[in-house]
Design a protein around this ligand. Structure first.
Ligand code: SF4
Length: 226
């Protein structure tokens, strides 16, 4: 199956939710700016996602091969053990909103625009997840992202981008020489059917991470992946 582009993703967040997240009080001078920015963003926004169904052609000790492209990670290898296909993906707020944010020279406005782009990224990510669930009956699934674990370094982004064809051309997401994704409000990874609720954070000892989604389990690697 060729890569699939999802570029008709609704983006209509309520102002009240954004104002609450930004702690902007009703009637304050910033409230007018925030409301104006949100209305502008709704006109411009084209959040997007790209994915494909990738057959797992080979499973080694600490690598898997999908569509002829090898990925090197023991954790990924073990997580993909029970399945024969996976869903590599990229979700992004879109180049349109990214350029719009960059054009906001005022520090506060730029900060607000960044928060709006975060919401657009969440819209793309959630839309893709619902699409996969409904299309492939992926009731329970987990995901892994290159660079989130020492076991699966950021350099594997190159392989992921290759597997997805030409993301720069299809959804406007570029991989920089330092392997950062542009727009920065973009996520990438491999989603797979899983009865276990695997989270990268379970294997990540990073302290005080505000994005942590699961507690660090010091014994998990030894128990499940070694
Ligand atoms: S704890 Fe933070 S840095 Fe570590 S995997 Fe989770 S989100 Fe990423």
């Amino acid at each position: 199956m060729e890569p699939v582009i999802l570029d008709d993703i609704p983006f209509n967040p309520p102002y009240e939710q954004l104002a609450e997240e930004m702690r902007v009080r009703k009637g304050s001078p910033h409230a007018l700016d925030l409301r104006r920015l949100l209305e502008e963003a709704k006109e411009i926004a084209r959040p997007k996602a790209l994915y494909r169904v990738a057959p797992i052609e080979e499973k080694g000790e600490d690598h898997v091969v999908m569509n002829g492209i090898p990925f090197h990670s023991r954790v990924l290898r073990v997580n993909l053990d029970p399945v024969h296909r996976a869903f590599p993906y990229i979700s992004t707020c879109g180049r349109e909103l990214n350029e719009w944010k960059t054009s906001q020279e005022d520090t506060i406005l730029n900060y607000y625009a960044g928060a709006i782009n975060d919401i657009a990224l969440r819209a793309a990510r959630d839309y893709l997840q619902d699409h996969l669930r409904e299309t492939f009956r992926l009731e329970k699934s987990s995901y892994m992202s290159p660079g989130s674990l020492k076991d699966w370094p950021l350099t594997e982004q190159r392989a992921l981008f290759k597997l997805l064809g030409n993301p720069e051309e299809t959804i406007g997401v570029k991989l920089s020489p330092s392997l950062m994704m542009i727009p920065s409000q973009t996520v990438s990874g491999i989603r797979f059917s899983s009865e276990k609720d695997f989270q990268n954070c379970q294997l990540c000892p990073m302290e005080n991470c505000s994005h942590r989604k699961a507690a660090y389990d010091e014994e998990l690697y030894k128990k499940q992946f070694s």
